[in-house]
Design a protein around this ligand. Structure first.
Ligand code: ZN
Length: 210
């Protein structure tokens, strides 16, 4: 089964993908991670990508598509996480014959709440949520006693801007897959662990031998 998972930042794509990887041995392919890994290589291609990323330029779709295709070559079970990001890229991976596109739908207000409530400990190893995953003692990490901080890009304004970019970028891709009959819209409002459980059940109905 070849899957794509799309959803706004904070929708739990990573959690769902990791669960599918752990339980059903899907290969979890994050295009962003592939790019970062490649950029860290000393090869000519790696250096080219690194230069683009460093100056904040977009990496040409051909490069990303080639990396993804190389990664999934001869694999029969994988999930592409947050990719394709444009109709161009979707067209360029037509030959992969994706089976289903999961779209985690979460209302913007809920995402804003998820991000603004997020706190990370000063050591940087542990994260919390004021409402959904509070520390035992307010403002203090349960594990190392360091103070909890809010990341500077977790303000409502910054989050709304990230969501605006996501929607304008992804809407055409979602439409593209809807027209092809591949889109499965999934309610991403519950906690990510619950959403992952729901996705697993849906996929097992599609293929009991998963
Ligand atoms: Zn900590």
């Amino acid at each position: 089964m070849k899957l794509v998972i799309l959803g706004p930042p904070g929708s739990g794509k990573g959690t769902v993908s990791e669960q599918l990887e752990r339980e059903f041995h899907f290969l979890h392919v994050s295009a962003g991670e592939l790019l970062r890994n490649e950029a860290a290589q000393k090869t000519e291609e790696g250096q080219k990508i690194n230069a683009l990323i460093t100056v904040g330029k977009l990496v040409p779709p051909e490069i990303i598509v080639a990396l993804v295709k190389e990664k999934v070559k001869s694999k029969r079970k994988y999930i592409l996480d947050g990719f394709p990001r444009s109709v161009d890229q979707a067209e360029m991976i037509k030959d992969l014959s994706i089976d289903k596109v999961l779209y985690l739908d979460v209302p913007d207000e809920l995402l804003v709440e998820r991000f603004t409530g997020r706190r990370v400990c000063k050591q940087g190893h542990h994260s919390y949520h004021l409402k959904y995953l509070p520390p035992k003692k307010a403002g203090i990490c349960d594990y190392d006693g360091s103070p909890l901080l809010q990341r500077s890009d977790d303000t409502p304004k910054a989050i709304k801007e990230r969501l605006r970019i996501f929607h304008s970028e992804t809407k055409p891709v979602i439409e593209y897959y809807r027209k092809k009959g591949l889109l499965m819209k999934i309610d991403g409002s519950p906690l990510p662990e619950i959403v992952a459980q729901n996705v697993k059940e849906i996929l097992q109905k599609l293929d009991p031998k998963l």
